[in-house]
Design a protein around this ligand. Structure first.
Ligand code: 0X9
Ligand code: ZN
Length: 418
C-alpha cells in the first residue's frame, strides 16, 4: 500500500494529459483478477487520476482495462509487478487502433451513407445526422412522434427528446431512455437510435408498446463530447465545458445532484471522473433532470445506455447498500438478460462495478422517483472495446432491442394491464 501511495503522490504532481488528441505511445492493459487481493489492488489503481478506466468490475474473473499515458507507463507496470498482478498489454499503441478505426469508418461511410434522412446502422452517425433523422421522423410520423427541445449543450447544440406515443392522451405510463452521456461510448447512441427506429419505423410490429406506453428518448445527451470524439480525441468521455483549469469537461455521470461527489468521483478537473464544480454544473445534466422532473409521475422505467462490459446495473452507485425493491430490480434485469445472445452480469453498480456517486441512474431513482432505473453497459468489441466495428452495430442493437422489449412488457403488465 505504501508503494501505491508513493506512486500516486508522484503522478499527481505530473502534468495531466487528459486533454489528449494524439494517443501515440499510450498503452492499454488488461487485468483478470483471480482473488480478493488482486481485486483490492485494482480498486486502488482505478483511482489514479491519470489512469483512464475503460471497464472495471469488483467481481473475480471480470476484466479491468486501463489506458495509460507514456508518462506513467513505467510506474504503472512496476506497480503491477510489485503487487504480483498478472496483466497483459491489450494495445501497445493506442493511436494505431484509432487510425484503423478511422479507416473502417471511412469505408462504411463510403458504402452506406444515405442522404434520405435514414439511419443505416452500418456506421456510427454524426450528431447532425442524428438530429436530422429525428426531425425527419416528426415530418413523416406527426401522429406518432414529437420533438421536445429541453435545452442546449455547452457549445450550443440542441438537446432534443423524442416523445413517441400512439393512442391515449399522451399521459400514459412512460419509459425514459437516454444514450451518449459518455462521449466515446459510440454503440450507446446507435442502440438508442435503433429503439427509436423500431418503435417508429416498424410501428406495425411494435404498436402495442407505443399504444400502451409513452416513450421519451434522447440518443445523445452529451453531443459536444460525442462530436469531439469524432473530430479530435477518440477517447474523450466528459462534456466540453471549461472548468477553471487547463483541462476541460465534467463527467456528466458524476454530476447529478444526489449524494454528489461522496464517492468514486473526483474533484480534480483533469480526472476522467471529474464530478463538476458543483452538482448540476453542466447544461446537459440540468436539461435532462429538469425535463425528467416535469414527467415525474408518469415515468416508470429509466434506461441509460453506456459501454462496455455487458452489465445490467441498478442502484445504488453511491452506496453498497441495496434498495428496498432490489428483488424486483434484480428479477427484471435477469429476465431481460435471458433474451440476449450476450451474457450480461446483473447487479447493483456498487457491488458489481465500483462505487461512483452522482450517476443519472441513482438520481432517477432517488430524486425523480423512477424506481426501476438501470444502466446498461453494452458489449465491447474491436480492440479497445469502444471500437466495436461498424459491421457489428446491427447485431448488437438488435440484441439489445430484445431486452428493451422485456423491460417494456413488464411496464405494460405492471402499470397498464392492471
Ligand atoms: O462509471 C460510470 O459512469 C458507468 N460505467 S462507464 O464505464 N460507462 O463509465 C457506470 C455507472 C453506474 N452507475 C452509477 N455508478 N451510479
Ligand atoms: Zn459510460
Amino acid at each position: 500500500m505504501f508503494r501505491i501511495t508513493l506512486l500516486f503522490t508522484i503522478s499527481l504532481v505530473a502534468l495531466s494529459l487528459a486533454n489528449q488528441d494524439d494517443y501515440t505511445g499510450y498503452k492499454v492493459y488488461k487485468i483478470l483478477p483471480k482473488n480478493e487481493d488482486e481485486l483490492k489492488t485494482i480498486q486502488t489503481l482505478i483511482k489514479h487520476p491519470q489512469v483512464d478506466v475503460w471497464t472495471s468490475s469488483k467481481l473475480i474473473g471480470h476484466p479491468t482495462v486501463l489506458m495509460v499515458p507514456p508518462t506513467i507507463d513505467y510506474q504503472l507496470r512496476s506497480l503491477l509487478r510489485v503487487n504480483n498482478l498478472p496483466y497483459y498489454t491489450l494495445i501497445d499503441d493506442v493511436q494505431s487502433t484509432i487510425n484503423n478505426e478511422k479507416n473502417e469508418q471511412a469505408t462504411a461511410r463510403r458504402i452506406f451513407s444515405d442522404r434520405s434522412g435514414r439511419i443505416s446502422f452500418k456506421q456510427y452517425e454524426r450528431f447532425d445526422t442524428i438530429t436530422g433523422y429525428l426531425r425527419n421522423l416528426t415530418n413523416l410520423y406527426p401522429n406518432l412522434v414529437k420533438l421536445i427541445n429541453i435545452g442546449k449543450s455547452y457549445e450550443g447544440r440542441d438537446l432534443e427528446v423524442l416523445k413517441i406515443s400512439s393512442g391515449g392522451n399522451g399521459n400514459k405510463p412512460a419509459i425514459f431512455v437516454d444514450g451518449g452521456i459518455h462521449a466515446r461510448e459510440w454503440i450507446s447512441p446507435a442502440t438508442v437510435l435503433y429503439i427509436i427506429n423500431q418503435l417508429v419505423e416498424n410501428y406495425s410490429e411494435n404498436s402495442a408498446l407505443t399504444d400502451n406506453i409513452d416513450w421519451y428518448i434522447i440518443p445523445v445527451i452529451n453531443p459536444d463530447g460525442y462530436e469531439y470524439t469524432h473530430t479530435k480525441s477518440r477517447f474523450w468521455r466528459k462534456t466540453r465545458s471549461p472548468n477553471g483549469s487547463s483541462c476541460q469537461g465534467t463527467d456528466a455521470n458524476r454530476n447529478f445532484d444526489f449524494h454528489w461527489r461522496e464517492v468514486g468521483a473526483s474533484s480534480n478537473p483533469c480526472a476522467e471522473d471529474f464530478a463538476g464544480s458543483k452538482p448540476f454544473s453542466e447544461n446537459e445534466t440540468v436539461a435532462l433532470s429538469n425535463f425528467a422532473l416535469t414527467l415525474k409521475k408518469n415515468v416508470k422505467l429509466y434506461l441509460t445506455f453506456h459501454s462496455y462490459g455487458q452489465y445490467i446495473l441498478y442502484p445504488w452507485g453511491w452506496t453498497s447498500a441495496l434498495p428496498d425493491d432490489v428483488d424486483e430490480l434484480d428479477t427484471l434485469g435477469r429476465n431481460a438478460n435471458t433474451v440476449s445472445g450476450y451474457k450480461y452480469t446483473v447487479g447493483s453498480s456498487t457491488n458489481v462495478l465500483y462505487a461512483a456517486a452522482g450517476g443519472s441512474d441513482d438520481w432517477f431513482k432517488g430524486v425523480a422517483g423512477v424506481n426501476l432505473s438501470y444502466t446498461i453497459e453494452l458489449p465491447g468489441g474491436g480492440l479497445s472495446g469502444f471500437d466495436l466495428p461498424p459491421s457489428r452495430i446491427e447485431e448488437v442493437v438488435q440484441d439489445t432491442y430484445k431486452m428493451v422489449k422485456v423491460f417494456a412488457s413488464y411496464i405494460e403488465e405492471k402499470f397498464v394491464n392492471n
